[in-house]
Each structure stands twice: as C-alpha cells, then as structure tokens.
Design a protein around this ligand. Sequence first.
Ligand code: PEP
Ligand code: MG
Length: 594
Amino acid sequence: MRSAPITLNGIGASPGVALGRAYTLDRSRVTFPKFRLPSEEEAQREQMRLKVALELSDLQLAEIKGKVAQGEGGEHALILEAHRLMIKDPLFADEARRLIGEERINAEWAIRRVVKKLKAAFEDIEDDYFRERRADIEFVGDRVLRNLLGHVVDVDPEGDGIPPGCIVVAHDLTPADATVLMRRGQVAGFVTDVGGQTSHTAIVARAREIPGVVGALKGSELIKRGDLVAIDGHRGVVVINPTEEQVLQFQEAIRRHVAAEQSMLRLRDLPTVTADQVRVSLLGNMEFAEQISTLLSHGAEGVGLYRTEFLFLEREVPPTEDEHYLAYKAVLEAMGDRPVTIRTLDLGADKVPRGPGAKKREREPNPALGLRAMRFCLKNKDLFEAQLKGLLRASVHGNLRIMFPLISGLTELREGRASLERAKEELTRAGQPFSSKVPVGIMVETPAAAWAADRLARESDFFSIGTNDLIQYTLAIDRANREVAYLYCPLHIAILRAIRFIVESAKAASIPVAMCGEMAGDPMFSLLLLGMGFDELSMVPSQIPLVKRVIRNSTSEDGRKLLEQAVRLTTAEEIERFVRSEMLSRFGELLTQA
Ligand code: PEP
Ligand code: MG
C-alpha cells in the first residue's frame, strides 16, 4: 500500500525543484566505548592508535582535496585544507594525546572531549556563521572517531552505488561528502536535517546548481531509502511519498525550470538594452571563486560585488598578501576583460572571523554600529594593506575596480586612498608591477554617505549602492532580526529619496553609479531602478535573466514615469501596492515565475 505523503518545511538552501528516490546516508553520531587505561604502556599504545587515525584522516582529506583540485574549483579545496589543518592543530591533536597520557582515557573519549571543548569556545557567539563553523570541528572529530573505530568514513559515489538522479538524505553532510556527491549531474538534490543557508553544503550546492533543503528537522528519520521524495529548494519544502497529483505538479515545475534555463541560455548573450536603446549593465555578486562559472552562464557582464571577507571567515589567521593576490588573480583571469569590482574587507557586525579577534568584537554592544568594514580596516592597517597590495598586484591580470564598504564620510575615503597610495609605494620599492589606473569607488550604504553623496562623488571613481545596509541604517532595523523584518521596505519613501539623491549626485559628477544590494536583483523593482538612471545593477546571478527580460521589454521613459508616480505617494504600503500592480499588469507572467 502506498504511504501517505508527508510534507516537511525546512530552509531553501539551493533553488530548483527535484524529484527522485531517496538515498539515505548514515551520518548519525558515532557511538563509542569510554574506558580508563590501566597502565602507562596502554596509554602509549592508545596514543599510537590515535596517531594512526589522525594520519589516516589527513590522508583521506588530502585524497579528496586532490580530486577536487583537479576538477572543479578551489573553494572546496580550501575547506578541506582547513579541516586538514584542524587535524594537525596542537589544540586538537596534542590535547587529545595529553588527555590519553595524563587522564588515561581511551582515544575515542579523548577526541570527543577535545571536540566538546573546542565547540564550547564558539558556543556563546550568537551568529549563524559560527554555529555552522562549530559543525566543522564536529566533522573533523567524527572522521577521526570513525577511523579509530574502523567505520566507513567517506562516500564513494562510484563504489557505493549511489544511483544517479537520487535525492541524498542525511542528518548532515560534511563538506567532503558534499564535494564528492555534488559533482554536476551526479545527484538530483539533497535534504539534511540541520544546517543553514551559509552552511558549506548549501554553498557547494548553490555553486553546483543542485536543489537542496537544509534544516528539514527529522527528515533523515522519516525518509527511508528508496522513498519517492520531491523537493523545492527555493521554498524549502520536502514532500515524502507525494501523491500522484503532487508528482505531476513537481514534474511540471521541473519542466518549467528546464524551459526557463533554456530560454535563459538564449538570452545570455543579448545585451541589456531598453526598447529606446538605453543600456544597463547587469553584473553578478559573488563570495567564492567557484561562483564564476554560474556568473558567466547567467550572462553576467562582470562582477559588481566580490565580498572578500569570505576569504577570512574560514580561518584563524588572516590571508597573506600572496593569498590575496592569488585569489583575485584567479577571478580576474576567469573574467577576462570584464570589470571585476572587488570590495575590501567588510568584517565586523555579522561577519566575524575566527581567532582571538572574534571574542573581542563580540563584546561590542552594537556590532552593526561598531568596528565594521572600513572602520575595522583603518584600525587594522596591516591586514588592510596586505589586501590592498594583493589587489594591486592582481590588477595586471584583468579589469579591476577597488571598492570601499560602509563609508560614512570623506575622511574615511581619503584614509582608504592614503593606504592604497602607501601600498603602491611599497610595491614600487619592491619592483612589483601593478596597474596605475585602477578605479577606486565606494559603497553608499549609510545614510551619512547618501546625504554626502554630492561631496563624496568628487573623490570617488564610482558609486555602488548597498541597499541591504542602506535600508537597515536608514530605517533603523536590524537586517538579521526576524522580529522587525516586516519593516524592511525597499520602497519606503526615505529610501527612494536617498537613492535618487545618490544617483543624481553621481550623474552631476559624471561618475558611474551601480546598485549591488538585493534590491537590484528583484525584477519587481527593475523598472523603477531604470527610471532612476542606474548604469549598472549587480545581483545574485540567477536573477540576471529575469531582470534582463524586464529591462529589454521596457523603455527608460516607462521607468521615469513609474518613478515619478511612485514618489508622489507616501506610505511604503501605498508605494509597494502601486508598483506591484503596475509591474504585474505589464509583466504578469514573467514576474509570477520569479
Ligand atoms: C549591501 O549592504 O547592500 C551589500 C551589498 O553589502 P552586504 O550585503 O555584504 O552588507
Ligand atoms: Mg553592506
């Protein structure tokens, strides 16, 4: 008899729809014995057992890393390398060895205690990113434990008989699992019980364009191997044993998705130009080098925002100048002569790196108003100038633009430029080549920068509006707080006025103006932004085709009229209702697909 369908609501981690048979992976916590060692010799033998397990774990990770490095993209390799470093870290290996020697406990117990202690160090940090980095410690500990116990450690899609087109279901997936499993075309989708949108598995899945749902709670308990499972990675929905009608609906959604992909490909090389020949460049936002192929396949004309702080979040020690150089060189080379806008570090607030600094910043009473982005960089000049030198050196490999985040006044911009000059002098002394013509622009994302935009424009080579922060700071609502999310209104009259003033200031100073906040990628706002007169819009690559369609089917005059009518209204609800109804009447079918 057919089982009744069960619907789970998780978190959409990677968009797309998939339907397939479940392939469950046992990634449940390992159980192990705990006992005291009777003698010194026993302890030494146990330490030897640990050494072998640690070496084996390192070898396994090196092997997976080798496969990745030859194949697809460096970001996974970096994650795996971070795990290898953890295995060798004195806080991990030496501490476990010490526990065995001094407390005479068995190796499995020692590993579990070390993992617990290391995780506790992150426990108090109220931050999604860190919660997920605690998972990394767990992954490494789990690998060593499994090796100690002689359990199967890694999935091997070829050897393990994972059927192509299946939906992988697990309590959690390690980055190593995710890397191996999610080679393009291997699996149709995945579901995990835990994890968030910034978990590595989600990042890998998005980069590979494999639909996935994380945080599906008891998914791995409820789903049995071979069950038919349908997932919607956009809405975070998982249906176990869907009814025939649901299967048809999912199949139809997959068909629409494939058709949309195909029409996207047709659109990819067409310019983004309005019916009255106004050109708007559409660029992509990125955090990891891996995303470049997605950017290009969606027709991005360049990178409008590279959030480089993600290079830092993975690690205890900041990247060296050489590491910066290599990371940026790779992106610039991959993008050819397309513009690549690299934002200097936006650390602080919700993006806190590992290491001792994490604890210090955690004590800030208002991190979003604290030592973040440029303020952080100007207080940590060594870190900042290492990045600037890396950027300058990379500038000879492509079309680089440097962008300073969260500028709140001209002094910060000048100080940033002074650091850049110092970096140039040092490189000149060292005989290192760099391009002398790298444009230096700013993100306009504080109300202070918005209302000083006319003055800032005199000393900036370009502007890019960061609406995520501009809205947060203008409307005084924490962008990460669900309680006030309902107040987060891009169409608030204060926001529209601020954006208008910024664009006008840029035009008056004849510098290009872009938008790279989420607002730029919402097709509902495209006509309005066209009316504002943006030169560039930068967004998550998957939004580019839709925004392109709206713009290609509009005139700049349509945009200006819509904007004029919108700013005559007052409340955010009125403006939103008006814009939505206008857009739906013009582009109904297109927008309802979005
Ligand atoms: C923004 O604030 O709009 C932006 C693009 O930067 P981030 O989201 O990285 O703060
Ligand atoms: Mg920002």
